[in-house]
Design a protein around this ligand. Structure first.
Ligand SMILES: *Cc1c(COP(=O)(O)O)cnc(C)c1O
Length: 228
């Protein structure tokens, strides 16, 4: 397959086009390649095309796989839920945790990260209020942000969401807009030590809509690997 037609390039082009539609700087959006279930060889092939930011959804899989990839220039994010007994490993492996949704979890992260560096985290918000999904309820997000601000080993940097599933990308727009609005209201509260610069939203089916609505981190797996 020629380099021009590799899905990584077409996804980047689609992000750039979505930015252009709403007057955003493409540099304000980072592509997070979701490499869960993918082999070290598949990941290396994407890295060889200049992609350095990857994400896994399970600590154990990341812990087993990252050493096999053996590329210290890559950066890893955790996008899946985190169990308390995996926090120590997660703090060592990942540069950012996207799915922090309780004070108890944040406290454990803080305790483990404190002596290393304040751990960059995002608060996961359950915009669709789906009982099976992780994430804090939208009305509880501000209070959790305030509580997290007091933890020395936590650097809250923004919000993340996985909206209710729909195979029509446009249907996700109101959810993305809601997350962006929530971010603005937390930002307006001016909490010391809390940044709201990141909005982690948008996956293979709906990332262009997410970018139009302000995403700074788009998490893309299948669109990249399925056709690679
Ligand atoms: C798997 C996963 C993604 C990527 O989904 P695709 O539809 O494969 O792009 C994004 N975010 C989270 C939290 C995931 O678990």
């Amino acid at each position: 397959m020629s380099s021009r037609s590799h899905p990584l390039e077409s996804i980047r082009a689609r992000i750039t086009a979505a930015c252009a539609r709403v007057g955003r700087d493409p540099a304000s959006v980072r592509l997070v390649v979701v490499s869960k279930t993918r082999s070290p060889e598949e990941i290396r092939a994407v890295a060889a095309r200049g992609q350095s930011l990857f994400a896994e959804n399970r600590v154990q899989e990341a812990r087993d796989k990252i050493p096999l990839i053996a590329d210290p220039t890559l950066t890893w994010h955790l996008i899946g839920p985190l169990q308390r007994n995996k926090v120590k490993n997660a703090v060592e492996i990942f540069a950012m945790l996207h799915a922090v949704d309780s004070l108890e979890l944040a406290e454990e992260i803080s305790r483990r990260a404190e002596r290393i560096r304040p751990m960059p985290v995002l608060m996961q918000v359950n915009v669709g209020r789906e009982p099976q999904k992780s994430g804090v309820a939208p009305e509880d997000a501000l209070a959790l942000a305030r509580a997290m601000a007091s933890l020395p080993g936590i650097a809250l940097q923004g919000l993340m969401t996985i909206p209710p599933f729909c195979d029509e990308a446009e249907a996700a727009r109101p959810w993305f807009r809601q997350l962006a609005g929530l971010r603005a209201s937390i930002e307006a509260a001016g909490i010391d030590g809390v940044s709201m610069r990141e909005l982690s939203m948008g996956m293979s089916l709906d990332f262009e809509v997410a970018v139009e609505e302000g995403a700074t981190l788009v998490r893309i797996g299948s669109a990249l690997f399925a056709s690679a």
